[in-house]
Design a protein around this ligand. Structure first.
Ligand SMILES: Cc1cc2nc3c(=O)[nH]c(=O)nc-3n(C[C@H](O)[C@H](O)[C@H](O)COP(=O)(O)OP(=O)(O)OC[C@H]3O[C@@H](n4cnc5c(N)ncnc54)[C@H](O)[C@@H]3O)c2cc1C
Length: 404
């Protein structure tokens, strides 16, 4: 009864989901002059120590910076950035967990800029929510979910959990891997589970990271140290440690001294003894891609469209590439926002690119998980061979960044 009488609000864009991707999308569309409503049932947690804080960090690669600038976010974020100048790959797949092959990919080979910049996700949320408050065209509603979607040629009608109804020209599903909007639009997904989990936390260490992001391969998945700004004057890094599920759970439950010893050994001691400075969080690993990235009046963005393991900092960077594509299309033809031709172009431009990256990351992950020694030896030789040839090395670096 209440639902049918609720007043209907009109907006250009309705964004379902205020995770990092949805928040950037809201800022970008709002800054570009589109009226935008963004809803999320979970209010953003904006302090590191608070319950429910996202302990992941995000390394924004070079092309993402332009999107953040367009959204008016880069100026807020830049003072908190840890630059990533070198991507170091270590193979420690021998008999003992020692570095037996070390290869550096240096951003200086491509340009004067670093590969990217790393930020804690809780801090991203804090700055993004503050940015939305500055934008008169953005109406951010934490604590509210999308619960209904009806579309027709002229627009979409979205029902919210507080009973409100919103008419939108374009509905963006940025509501994560179990996206409500994706399901409501009848879009299927293809999912692969690896039986793996990523353990994430932050550490301090005696040796400075010198803006080197280090990925160490042995078995079970990569162990990655990503630079963070110093913590009370002590060098600090984010850890993403991928392991088979039961092993990741065992590690997450270890008493701190044992866990620190295990981390230090797995890191090959590259930055000295590691000290845990945050809680540990576990993320199940999967690859998932939606069959299409659009439906009537609906565009899927970020994890609603694609999920990949966190290797090479691809996930959210692909999401910002989705956003750039959608925003370009909207700005080029605002009168036809959300119409079928625009959304078909969005899928045509993004789906094949995302699929190719998904295949690449899946292969890298499987190579990193290898248990048998002979295959691990083969992996080390392949890395050595790929690295040795400079044009291949440069092509790999450009592909990783999403540059053509
Ligand atoms: C360990 C780890 C490390 C990573 N590191 C990197 C990295 O360095 N670089 C990188 O590019 N990527 C990285 N990624 C990937 C990146 O974190 C994700 O791509 C990104 O956080 C996903 O953002 P999202 O906004 O799509 O999803 P989410 O963060 O899941 O947000 C979805 C939001 O939708 C909301 N929601 C759900 N249902 C509804 C509904 N019905 N209505 C409204 N809202 C709803 C949820 O409450 C949630 O807030 C990493 C991932 C992991 C697991």
């Amino acid at each position: 009864m209440h639902e049918t009488t609720a007043p209907r609000q009109q907006t250009d864009v309705l964004i379902s989901g205020g995770g990092v991707a949805g928040l950037v999308a809201a800022a970008a569309f709002g800054a570009a002059g589109f009226t935008t409503v963004c809803v999320d049932p979970a209010p953003p947690v904006t302090e590191e120590g608070a319950a429910g804080a996202d302990m992941r960090t995000t390394a924004f690669l070079h092309p993402s910076r332009a999107v953040l600038e367009r959204a008016g976010l880069w100026g807020r974020l830049a003072p908190h950035a840890a630059a990533l100048q070198i991507m170091r790959i270590i193979d420690a797949g021998g008999e003992t967990p020692k570095a037996r092959l070390v290869r550096d990919f240096d951003a200086a080979d491509l340009s004067e800029e670093p590969f990217g910049w790393n930020f804690p996700n809780w801090l991203l949320r804090r700055e993004m929510v503050a940015r939305l408050a500055e934008l008169p065209l953005v109406d951010f509603r934490p604590g509210v979910a999308t619960v209904g979607l009806v579309t027709n040629e002229s627009g979409a009608e979205v029902r919210l959990s507080d009973g409100a109804r919103i008419s939108a020209k374009l509905v963006i599903g940025a509501d994560g891997r179990n996206s409500f909007i994706r399901e409501a639009a009848g879009i299927g997904v293809k999912t692969t589970h690896y039986g793996q989990k990523a353990l994430v936390c932050a550490v301090t260490h005696p040796r400075p990271h010198e803006n080197v992001s280090t990925e160490i391969h042995r078995s079970g998945g990569p162990f990655t140290l990503v630079p963070l700004p110093d913590r009370d004057g002590v060098p600090s890094s984010a850890i993403v440690w991928m392991e088979r599920g039961p092993e990741a759970e065992r590690l997450a439950a270890l008493p701190t001294p044992e866990f620190e010893a295990a981390m230090t050994e797995r890191s090959t001691g590259v930055l000295g003894p590691l000290t845990l400075v945050t809680r540990r969080a576990l993320w199940p690993m999967m690859t998932q891609i939606a069959c299409t990235f659009s439906g009537a009046r609906v565009a899927l963005l970020a994890e609603a469209a694609h999920v990949i393991p966190p290797i090479g900092a691809q996930g959210l960077n692909m999401s910002l590439a989705d956003l750039r594509c959608l925003l370009d299309l909207a700005e080029a033809d605002p009168a036809h926002l959300g119409e079928a031709a625009m959304l078909a172009t969005y899928t045509r431009r993004r789906w094949p690119e995302v699929k190719a990256r998904e295949i690449g990351i899946d292969l890298l992950n499987r190579a990193s998980m290898l248990e048998p020694r002979p295959l691990r030896d083969l992996r080390a030789s392949a890395l050595g061979a790929l690295y040795a040839f400079k044009p291949v090395r440069k092509t790999l670096m450009k592909a990783g960044l999403g540059l053509r």
